[in-house]
Each structure stands twice: as structure tokens, then as C-alpha cells.
Write a protein that binds this ligand. Structure first.
Ligand code: ADP
Length: 505
């Protein structure tokens, strides 16, 4: 076990449900790895604790080994055994908890969407905290993320501080307020917390369903510092439309609540070194981008010769959930076709009726020369699409941060986005005179309707066709924007330091 006595930096342990590339469903996974690597480069000691899912990408974990330690943790009033594994993911030390519980909590072939998710993750949090206690780890900061690990904060104060695990301050990041983990109040007792004490409006009682306990709210109330993933989203969730029931709670705790824009891992997402794309390129030599476009067209059976060669290629890589504006994504496909462009969608949906609807559209365009829908999760294909596309659409209804607009720009693909959350903090319309010239980098529309989307998408398609040199300059400019974690990680360090100095005072 890594047990440094003296160190110059801050000792941070993340407890989370995702970590790219081994266990990634969405942006949370990218953030955990990107932020941690950046903190590590700045001299801090960062570790992570994850469930040991059966469906992880084990090929991306090095030195995976079982620790010589029997971890006991309590659940449903009984003691259960767990195995703990250590491994290295992208240079970061990670501990994986494998419960030896008859319910086989992380042996389900998928990360989420199991009927007992509340139990799976409250079990995991309890075991993760037991691991800290029993292994003698004493981090400065315990950083938990989203509803799945929000219960770490109340567990810390109510159960583990009395047991002597009291070195830490608690940081909590909410990556999306839509998912809150609300359950009948008794369910919280399984991990050792008291429903009677916590079922109060100023603690963990759900603000809308008063018989439910709300894990996300517990993370907000009981952590020393709470962040979300962009400044604009941090404002939006303080309002009733954005807070999904938690705006009041966030208002009460607004002094410890901050919006820090995510970065992207610029080493993972780098067209100059990316081995998942056909031809590497950089802002200084963007010819390779066109090679990628031609190869992807050939691979997916889109028209690529003669007149077709000049068509703009519009890409979209997304989870197909209502938040992402699925009706507008569908509309963008038809609009692009009408305007003479090509469209590639890579997406998959956990919502059966949405998946079904898009399967219908995919069939409609099965052998179409200009449109292709690939309805699955495919990391390698996502890289190829970022590299090959000219334009990228993100018509989200709300978007806490969004990474795909930043990844697109890094690959010289110009985003068309709705002005919401982190999209509003990272994409600045080329035609909006309020934006300083050096910031202009894409196309922004305001309303979640087809007309508004058309206004953004049409301008992008028209500029691409009518002003090719201007477009090339825009591509180069977008590629040179710094979306690294560097600045954002500094903001996290400042917040960690603030709560640590308050604790010392
Ligand atoms: P969210 O976390 O809401 O899904 P983000 O924009 O923050 O959205 O992060 C999405 C991440 O997941 C990006 O790295 C994107 O490339 C990736 N992604 C989304 N859907 C797919 C898919 N079908 N195949 C591969 N990668 C995907």
C-alpha cells in the first residue's frame, strides 16, 4: 500500500463509479482520469477507489493484483467480506473493491441501470470507507462524485469520524443533477446510516417526495466543498428549472458551491498522436484531416468521390437520452441531408423507446450514400468521427459541461451547440459581436427547437461551402485552444486548500 509519511502536495482519494478508460459510461469517467492526472503532474498524491466491475476493460489496468488484506464491511446489519485489488490506470494508483456478497453487486455485465443500483453503490461506499479506515489511509481530501458515491459524505461524519477516520475534508462534484439516487427512506439503513436522523428537510429528505431519502442531497449538505462542472450550469441549477428539485438546497449551501469547467485529457485526445485515427495531423498541417474523412466515408459506405468529396461531414457522438435533445439530433440528420451535407451519428441509448426510434432511422438510411447511424458505444469509432468530421452538433436541452465540443475543437471539428451549461462556457459564436475575436470558435443557437437549430447548423454548412479559406483558419484556431485540465485542476487545488485551511483554523 502506498503510505507516504511526508509529502509536499495534497493527498486526494477519489471514490467514484467510473474511471476512463477502464470503466466509462460518460463524462464522469473522463473527468476522474483527466483531473487526477493533472493533479498528479502538479505534485499531489492522487488515488481512486472503484468497484471491481466484471465488465471493466481489464486490458487497460496494469499490475492488477489482489491485496493481502481481508476487508470486512457492514451492510444490512451483517458483516461481509470483500477482496481489494490494486492496479495502475493511466499512471494512477487505483483500488478496486470486489464484494463477496451473494447479490454479486458488480457482476452484472453493465455499470448502471440495475434495479438495485441504490444498494449496489451504498454498499460500495461503505466498503470503500472501511478500506480507508482498515488500511490506515489518511487522505487530506476524500472526493466523491455524483449520486453513486454521494453517501460517502454522511457516512464519513456519522460513522467513520467516530471510528477515528478523521483526517479528511470532503469534496463532492455533481456531474449532472438529473440523477439523484432517491429511494424509500429505510434503504439508507443498510449502509449503517440512520433514516430517523437524516430524514429532515435540511439533511437528506428528498425535496419533492417527502418519504424518500436523496443521496445527491446528502453529498451537497455534508461535504465541505461542492462543485459542478461549469460556471453556467452552477448558475442554472440554482433556479427551479435547472436544479431538478435541489435548487433550494443549493441556495442554502451556495457559499460552498462552485462551478469549475472540466478540461479534456489533451494527451488522450490529440490528433497528432492518436493511434485510433487513420492519419495523424496537427494545427500546423491539417491535410491529414481530409484523409481521415475519406477513409471513414469509405469504411462506413458513404459517398466520397467527385461532387461528394466536397460535401461537409457533420458528426455527432452522444448518449441518446432526452437531455441531449434527441428530437433535435434527429432533425439535424434530415436538415443536413436537405442542405447537401453528410451525417454520421454514433450513439446508444439506455432508453428502449429512443433506441428503437433510432434503429428505425438507421434502417431507413441503411445503404444511403450520405447518412450513417451507428447505434452502439465504440471508443475507436468516436475518435475517427472527431477526426473526420467538419461540423459537430450538440443540441442539448441542458448540459452540465459537455466534453464533446472540446474534443471536437481539438480535432478541428467546428461545434454547433445550444447555449446552455458548459456549452455556453466553451463555444463562442463566430457571428456574435459581443464575443472577442480571439474567442470565436463555433456556432451557438438559443432555443430547443428546430428553427433555432437550423439557424446554427445552416450557417455552419453555408460557411463551410462558401468561405473555405476562412473555414480552414477557424479549424486551425479551434485546434489551438487550450482545453487542458491545467487551469481547472488549479481551481480544484485552490478549493481543496481553502477547506483544508479552514479545518486547520
Ligand atoms: P455525458 O457525460 O452526458 O454522456 P459528455 O459530453 O460529458 O456527456 O461526455 C461524453 C463522453 O462519452 C465523450 O468522451 C464521448 O466521446 C463519449 N461517448 C458518448 N457516446 C459514445 C458512444 N456511443 N461511443 C463512444 N463514445 C461515446
Amino acid at each position: 500500500l502506498l503510505q507516504p509519511k511526508k509529502r509536499p502536495g495534497i493527498y486526494v482519494i477519489h471514490i467514484a463509479a467510473e474511471m476512463a478508460p477502464v470503466a466509462k459510461v460518460g463524462g464522469l469517467g473522463d473527468v476522474l482520469t483527466g483531473l487526477s492526472r493533472s493533479l498528479q503532474r502538479k505534485g499531489h498524491l492522487v488515488e481512486a477507489i472503484l468497484p471491481k466491475y466484471d465488465c471493466m476493460d481489464y486490458s487497460r489496468i496494469s499490475n492488477l493484483k489482489e491485496l493481502d488484506l481481508e476487508l470486512h464491511s457492514s451492510f444490512d446489519g451483517q458483516t461481509h467480506k470483500n477482496k481489494v485489488w490494486s492496479g495502475i490506470v493511466e499512471g494512477l494508483p487505483v483500488y478496486f473493491i470486489e464484494p463477496l456478497h451473494p447479490a454479486k453487486f458488480f457482476w452484472r455485465g453493465q455499470f448502471y441501470s440495475e434495479p438495485d443500483d441504490f444498494r449496489r453503490f451504498t454498499y460500495f461506499c461503505r466498503a470503500a470507507m472501511e478500506f480507508l479506515l482498515q488500511s490506515g489511509k489518511r487522505p487530506d481530501i476524500i472526493h466523491s462524485h455524483d449520486w453513486q458515491t454521494a453517501v460517502v459524505a454522511p457516512l464519513y461524519w456519522d460513522v467513520f469520524v467516530p471510528l477515528g477516520l478523521d483526517s479528511a475534508r470532503l469534496a463532492f462534484t455533481c456531474h449532472n443533477f438529473e440523477y439523484q439516487g432517491a429511494e424509500n427512506s429505510g434503504a439508507i439503513a443498510a449502509c449503517g446510516l440512520s433514516p430517523q436522523t437524516l430524514m429532515r428537510p435540511d439533511r437528506m429528505q428528498d425535496n419533492s417526495h417527502h418519504n424518500k431519502i436523496n443521496l445527491l442531497k446528502g453529498g451537497v449538505v455534508f461535504s465541505n466543498v461542492v462543485t459542478t462542472v461549469s460556471p453556467t450550469y452552477a448558475q442554472e441549477v440554482l433556479r427551479p428549472e435547472g436544479g431538478k428539485g435541489l435548487h433550494g438546497t443549493l441556495g442554502v449551501h451556495s457559499k460552498k458551491f462552485f462551478g469549475v469547467l472540466n478540461g479534456i485529457d489533451q494527451e488522450v485526445w490529440d490528433p497528432a498522436t492518436d493511434t485510433l485515427i487513420d492519419c495523424q495531423y496537427s494545427a500546423h498541417d491539417i491535410d491529414g484531416k481530409f484523409v481521415n474523412k475519406q477513409r471513414l466515408r469509405e469504411r462506413l459506405g458513404l459517398a466520397s468521390e467527385g461532387e461528394d468529396e466536397r460535401r461537409p461531414l457533420v458528426g455527432c457522438v452522444t448518449r441518446l437520452v432526452p437531455q441531449k435533445g434527441v428530437h433535435l439530433i434527429r432533425h439535424a440528420i434530415y436538415r443536413t441531408l436537405e442542405k447537401g451535407g453528410q451525417f454520421i451519428l454514433l450513439g446508444s441509448s439506455p432508453v428502449p423507446h429512443i433506441q428503437h426510434e433510432f434503429e428505425g432511422i438507421a434502417r431507413q438510411f441503411e445503404n444511403h450514400p450520405q447518412i450513417r447511424l451507428v447505434l452502439k458505444y465504440d471508443e475507436a469509432l468516436s475518435h475517427a468521427i472527431y477526426a473526420a468530421s467538419d461540423i459537430f452538433v450538440i443540441p442539448s436541452i441542458f448540459e452540465p459541461c459537455g466534453l464533446t465540443q472540446m474534443i471536437s475543437m481539438r480535432y478541428g471539428t467546428i461545434p454547433v451547440v445550444r447555449r446552455t451549461g458548459g456549452l455556453a462556457d466553451s463555444v463562442f459564436d463566430v457571428d456574435d459581436e459581443r464575443n472577442p475575436e480571439e474567442k470565436k470558435n463555433g456556432f451557438v443557437f438559443d432555443d430547443a427547437n428546430e428553427g433555432s437549430l437550423n439557424w446554427g447548423l445552416d450557417r455552419a454548412l453555408d460557411y463551410y461551402s462558401q468561405r473555405p479559406e476562412w473555414w480552414q483558419d477557424l479549424v486551425k484556431k479551434a485546434m489551438l485552444i487550450d482545453f487542458s485540465w491545467d487551469t481547472s485542476a488549479d481551481q480544484y487545488v485552490d478549493l481543496y486548500k481553502q477547506v483544508l485551511s479552514k479545518a486547520n483554523a
